[in-house]
Write a protein that binds this ligand. Structure first.
Ligand SMILES: *Cc1c(COP(=O)(O)O)cnc(C)c1O
Length: 228
C-alpha cells in the first residue's frame, strides 16, 4: 500500500529529524540515540512497513505479543517495555533482546535463575513517585543494588523511566534528569566491567527533552503511526 508507506516514511523522517535536532542542541551525536518503535497498537502491515524502512528496534509492552511478533520477525531486536510477571519470565528469555521493565529484585532473581546466557535488562524506576507507576523507587533501587548487580546471567545495562502524562514536555525534564543522576550514582557502585550505558526515557510527547537529558533509547509509538 503506497499510502501507508508514504505516511510511515514521513512520520519516521519527522521523528528522526527531531531526534537529530535535539542531539545537536546539546552537542550529542545522533548515533548515541536509538529510536525504538513501540508497536503495541500497530497492525502487522505497519510493522512490515517500518522494517522495510530500516527500523531494527521494535518494542512491545505485552510479553505474549512480543513472543509472537519475534517469531514472525526474528531479524528485529525486540524490546520488552511493559510489566513482566514472574510466571511469564521464561517465555521472553531469548525472544527479548532487551527487557526495559525489571521492576523488582524478585523478578531479577527469577530471570537470573532461568536464563542460560546473560539476559540484557534495564531497571525500571518510578522517579516521579506516582502511585500508579511501576518500578523501583530510587531508594528501593539503591537498597537492592548490590544484590542486583551480583546476580549471574543478568546484564544490567542501565535504567528506564516513564514521565507523568502532561501536555507540557518540560514537566518531564526533572524526571529525566533524576534518572540520569541516579544512574551516575549507581555506576559508582558497579563492579568493574559493568557499564550503565543506557537511559531508556522519552515517548511521543517528550522524547526531545529526554534526549537533551541524556536518553540513549527513546520509545516512540503513537507519533510514528499518526494518520495511518
Ligand atoms: C506505549 C508506551 C510507549 C510509547 O508511547 P507513545 O506515547 O505512543 O509514544 C513508551 N513506553 C512505554 C512503556 C509504553 O507502554
Amino acid at each position: 500500500m503506497a499510502d501507508l508507506r508514504t505516511q510511515l516514511e514521513g512520520n519516521l523522517k519527522h521523528v528522526k529529524d527531531r531526534i537529530a535536532a535535539a542531539c545537536q542542541q546539546v552537542g550529542r551525536s545522533a548515533s548515541e540515540v536509538t529510536l525504538v518503535a513501540v508497536t503495541k497498537y500497530a497492525q502487522l502491515d505497519w510493522i512490515q512497513g517500518l522494517i522495510d524502512l530500516g527500523m531494527a528496534d521494535l518494542a512491545e509492552n505485552r510479553p505474549q505479543q512480543l513472543v509472537e511478533r519475534q517469531a514472525r520477525w526474528p531479524q528485529v531486536r525486540w524490546h520488552l517495555i511493559g510489566q513482566l510477571q514472574r510466571n511469564k519470565a521464561k517465555s521472553v528469555l531469548g525472544p527479548a533482546s532487551l527487557i526495559h521493565s525489571v521492576d523488582s529484585l524478585r523478578l531479577a532473581q527469577r530471570l537470573s535463575a532461568l536464563a542460560e546466557s546473560p539476559q540484557r535488562v534495564l531497571c525500571e524506576v518510578n522517579v516521579s513517585g506516582e502511585a500508579s507507576k511501576a518500578g523501583f523507587t530510587p531508594t528501593e533501587l539503591q537498597q537492592a543494588w548490590d544484590e542486583l548487580v551480583a546476580l549471574p546471567n543478568i546484564a544490567i545495562e542501565g535504567l528506564m523511566t516513564m514521565a507523568p502524562l502532561s501536555e507540557n514536555p518540560e514537566d518531564a525534564r526533572p524526571v529525566f534528569a533524576g534518572l540520569r543522576q541516579l544512574r551516575d550514582q549507581l555506576q559508582l557502585r558497579c563492579p568493574q566491567g559493568v557499564s550503565l550505558s543506557h537511559l531508556s526515557m522519552g515517548m511521543s510527547g517528550d522524547y526531545e527533552v529526554a534526549i537533551q537529558e541524556g536518553a540513549t533509547l527513546v520509545r516512540v509509538g503513537s507519533r510514528l503511526f499518526e494518520r495511518l
